[in-house]
Design a protein around this ligand. Structure first.
Ligand code: CO8
Length: 257
């Protein structure tokens, strides 16, 4: 498939997707969503890929859902078309996705970054949920995921005032895992993704699945889920290889089995 709004590359075992609508600061319209879903599904289905990096430009990761595309929609259009529900498919990607965020990550852009598994921020990153300034509210998970990341007080502050948070505040608040100089952002994210992709693919997916369950389950059920899939890892050749390599003081050679 040829893409018009994103760039898709492979770097070793890492899939790199770059949002590429510079004229609209990577605003997320239905064409971007469609292309992003095709690209992430293709990487998900490709056994040679172990992790994905999603990034934008130095000026904007994404400045939100496309306001001009939404502007004239009616309630019936939004309801019958289940507006924005397609983004749930992106959030269901099984392989880890690192959001490498430089510049603006606003509204749907911040929500897209939060759908990824963790966020590495360039030192110029700015996060916000400014929907209230448009007379609306977050519609791609902002009120729910931001609250889980930063807690009620700061999520309320962000959603109700529409103000932006800089990279330092985002790191302090637990929204981003680390900050790097913006010029090194993509390389740092690719390095982290390559590290992940060097491990056993079943173990990568199970780690991701288990952490995500922490948001959906009680502690007791979450611990039970973790232990059950932990047990299942002992059925893998890669568990034998990983532990043998440790005992023999050599690098493991994982074969995704
Ligand atoms: N949608 C469409 N176009 C956009 C968007 C956007 N979100 N953001 C920027 N653009 C366009 C501008 O219109 C402009 O286009 P043009 O040159 O044709 O006028 C171009 O990108 C460059 O933007 P600016 O000239 O504004 O650039 P600045 O550097 O001056 O400002 C800002 C950068 C501060 C990021 C500014 O562009 C801005 O405030 N953008 C909008 C941010 C925003 O409000 N985002 C939230 C959008 S709503 C959303 O995401 C809700 C999701 C859930 C909806 C649920 C509905 C059911």
């Amino acid at each position: 498939m040829s893409y018009e709004n994103i760039l898709v590359e492979t770097r070793g075992k890492v899939g790199l997707i770059t949002l590429n609508r510079p004229q609209a600061l990577n605003a997320l319209n239905s064409a971007v969503l469609g292309e992003l879903l095709v690209a992430t599904k293709a990487f998900d289905a490709d056994d040679s890929i172990g992790a994905i990096v999603l990034t934008g430009s130095e000026k904007a990761f994404a400045a939100g859902a496309d306001i001009k595309e939404m502007q004239s929609k009616t309630y019936v259009d939004a309801y019958l078309g289940d507006l924005l529900s397609g983004w749930d498919d992106f959030a269901r990607t099984r392989k880890p996705i690192i959001a490498a965020v430089a510049g603006y990550a606003l509204g749907g852009g911040c929500e897209l970054a939060m759908m990824c598994d963790f966020i590495i921020a360039g030192d110029n990153a700015k996060f916000g949920q400014p929907e209230i300034t448009l007379g609306i509210m977050p519609g791609m998970g902002g009120s729910q995921r931001l609250t889980r990341f930063v807690g009620k007080s700061k999520a309320m502050d962000m959603c109700l005032t529409g103000r932006m948070m800089d990279a330092q505040e985002a790191e302090r608040s637990g929204l981003v895992s680390r900050i790097v100089p913006v010029g090194e952002l993509v390389e740092e994210a690719l390095k982290a993704a390559a590290k992940i992709a060097s491990f056993s693919l079943p173990a990568i997916l199970m780690n991701k699945e288990a952490v995500n369950r922490a948001y959906e389950m009680s502690l007791t059920e979450g611990l039970r889920f973790e232990r059950r899939i932990f047990h299942s890892l002992f059925a893998l050749e890669d568990q034998k290889e990983g532990m043998a390599a440790f005992a023999e003081k050599r690098k493991p050679e994982f074969r995704n089995k």
